[in-house]
Design a protein around this ligand. Structure first.
Ligand SMILES: [Zn+2]
Length: 147
């Protein structure tokens, strides 16, 4: 029996997986838009969106996105050494964020919590972001703070 309504419901349920950044929004309506394969790849419109989407990319293993949104002069060749265990990121809390008045730079301070083979990891960082001439935001570097 044809039941289009039920089918639609299942598809919506699949789209509604929550974004790992903790926004409470569906991935497809949040950071998923900017990630590899999203509807607007690399389109994060401000430092806060970029920060959240980079965190989501770490959770989801979208290494290509993390590297593509890293300033060329500070970008590592690889995120992880071969065989290096990856932290299991559990939560992200944004403590502060802002964009400079000229709209070309911004900062985000966050606390991220992960599980590692060595135990819990609390990472507090004040990250710096820059807007490239083509309009894309990139992560430049950050200061590690006392969590
Ligand atoms: Zn998100």
């Amino acid at each position: 029996m044809n039941n289009p309504r039920k089918k639609k419901g299942r598809r919506e349920a699949a789209d509604a997986s929550l974004c790992p950044c903790g926004s409470g929004l569906a991935l497809s309506a949040c950071c998923g838009r900017w990630l590899s394969g999203g509807t607007s790849p690399l389109g994060a419109p401000d430092p806060l969106s970029l920060m959240r989407s980079r965190y989501a990319a770490y959770v989801l293993g979208d290494d290509a996105y993390v590297l593509a949104t890293w300033a060329p002069e500070t970008r590592p060749r690889d995120l992880f050494a071969p065989g290096e265990p990856r932290p299991k990121w559990m939560s992200l809390k944004i403590l502060e964020s802002g964009t400079a008045p000229d709209g070309r730079a911004g900062e985000v301070e966050f606390l991220a919590i992960a599980r590692t083979p060595q135990g819990a990891l609390r990472m507090r960082e004040r990250s710096r972001f820059r807007r490239e001439p083509d309009g894309r935001w990139v992560y430049v570097d950050g200061d590690q703070l006392d969590p």
